[in-house]
Design a protein around this ligand. Structure first.
Ligand code: ZN
Length: 495
């Protein structure tokens, strides 16, 4: 059963055949670290985390590259937005790189909580200015770029003569070329559709680098092209990102790389759909941007409670990545309940004794379970349909509960099927979907601390102050404070 991937370029599902099997190169556009990660970031990085996990599970040697956009960039279509990082640095009175580090650290922290695996290479745009300048020089030499007042632009019209600019996003070149010169920053461009490869830095611009065209900073699209080429070569397997990046970002990446490297960069383009909040598009103007730290704490007017990172991950995976996904407190509460039921059933299944080779007494039920399990592979191979995998898992959950409650004879299912269930649940839930039972680990953690409290109490009673002090001091190093209350009780808290 081959893996099929929906390719945004061909607009159909294609059998996944790596260019250089067993090696797979995957590039995902990373975060702009000019602020804290929000809910909108959770979807692409969780989606491509599952892609990465599954390809590794299949045995591929995956090189997953996800960049950090730290050079400030152009965000609005056809318009140069201000450099968000410099602006914020001025506002917060810090070095721009200090800000970049702060938000990079926060990004790493939040996605650790969401249990995404680290990429193999995480290049920064500011660390690859030389490569970007190199690519721009190639584009100038090839005649597909032009310089005006220290800025360099990509000539989309010229490119479109011999190539299909719009092949990914479906935009029509004639519509894009319609010039409306009133737009800000248009005066230097030959055509409205042209995009900046390098921008001359105005005197107040903080983040700036020397280039053959004077001091300036790179355009956003060239950053990704340069880093992808450097670490994955001129042609690699998967390029991923949110649907909102398809145009102009990815469309322009294709144009730049095609000219520079004489090859279309990625074989498969994958895009996740967007997140809406209570039916509305997420955006500053709607006042509904929820940061991940706010999700974890519940500290946001649109949230009725805190949600654990695993609830968020589970909620996202319950919908296929190419479908829209609407967030609401109610929907998340439902997901939280569902996840709890899943962990309870999974714990029962893990501990369920299985010995010998007894056959199924209830052949129909046994077959039903086997079919549901077989379909896990079928669904994940069908363009990573995590939603359908989870739906099947939830058909098995009540069977596990009935076994526990004695409503189903333990011998109804064959020993082999029970083994199969144990194995598939472990592979799919933990390895591929990347869900982990945080309630279980915090329960274990609390249990361990309570045990240490007990040991310390005993040590104090025996006047073994060496041991009681050692426990207190060592826990303090780990950020746990033990307090001796007046009534002889020992309490603990995180410092
Ligand atoms: Zn990118």
């Amino acid at each position: 059963m081959p893996l099929k991937v929906y390719n945004s370029l061909s607009k159909k599902k294609e059998v996944f055949v790596p260019i250089n099997s067993p090696h797979v190169g995957m590039y995902v556009c990373g975060p702009t670290v000019s602020g804290e990660s929000h809910l909108g970031h959770a979807r692409p990085y969780i989606t491509f985390d599952v892609v990465y996990r599954y390809l590794k599970y299949l045995g591929y040697h995956v090189r997953y590259v996800r960049n950090i956009t730290d050079a400030g960039h152009f965000e609005e279509e056809g318009r140069e937005a201000e450099d968000k990082i410099s602006k914020k640095a001025l506002l917060e009175k810090v070095e721009p790189m200090e800000l970049v580090q702060k938000y990079t650290n926060l990004f790493h922290w939040a996605f650790k909580q969401l249990n995404t695996l680290d990429p193999d290479i995480e290049p920064t745009a500011t660390g690859h200015i030389v490569e970007q300048i190199g690519m721009i020089e190639k584009l100038l030499e090839a005649g597909y770029a032009y310089e005006v007042n220290g800025s360099v632009y990509f000539d989309v019209k010229k490119y479109a003569f011999s190539h299909n600019y719009g092949e990914l996003s479906g935009r029509k070149i004639d519509d894009l070329l319609e010039t409306t010169r009133e737009l800000e920053g248009q005066d230097e461009k030959r055509n409205k559709a042209d995009f900046a490869l390098w921008k001359s830095a105005p005197p107040k611009h903080i983040m700036r680098w020397k280039s053959p065209w004077g001091e300036g900073f790179p355009g956003w699209h060239i950053e990704c092209s340069a880093m992808a080429t450097k670490y994955l070569g001129p042609r690699f397997d998967i390029h991923g990102g949110g649907m909102d990046l398809m145009f102009p970002h990815h469309e322009s990446e294709i144009a730049q790389s095609t000219i520079c490297n004489h090859a279309s960069p990625a074989k498969y383009w994958m895009h996740n759909n967007m997140i809406t909040i209570n039916g509305k598009k997420m955006g500053k103007s709607y006042n509904n941007v929820i940061k991940l730290t706010e999700m974890f704490s519940g500290n946001h007017p649109l949230l009725t409670q805190a949600f654990s990172p695993m609830t968020i991950r589970f909620f996202i995976l319950q919908t296929h990545y190419r479908s829209t996904l609407d967030f609401s407190s109610e929907a998340l509460i439902a997901a939280e309940k569902g996840l709890k039921r899943l962990w309870e059933a999974y714990e029962i299944l893990k501990k369920w004794p299985v010995t010998g080779d007894h056959l199924a007494k209830d052949i129909e039920l046994d077959e039903k379970i086997n079919t549901l399990i077989k379909e896990f592979d079928e669904f994940i191979n069908d363009d990573f349909n995590t939603a359908k995998v989870l739906a099947n898992i939830f058909e098995i959950v009540p069977i596990i509960n009935s076994l526990k409650d004695g409503l189903i004879d333990p011998e109804a299912i064959s020993a082999n099927t029970v083994r199969q269930m144990k194995e598939s649940f472990s592979i799919y839930i933990e390895q591929i979907l990347g869900l982990k039972n945080s309630a279980e680990s915090s329960e274990q953690f609390n249990g361990i601390i309570e045990l240490l409290v007990e040991i310390r109490k005993e040590a104090k009673t025996k006047k073994d102050f060496f041991t009681s002090d050692k426990i207190r001091k060592q826990l303090a190093v780990l950020g746990i404070e033990m307090k001796d209350e007046k009534d002889g009780k020992i309490t603990w808290s995180r410092m």
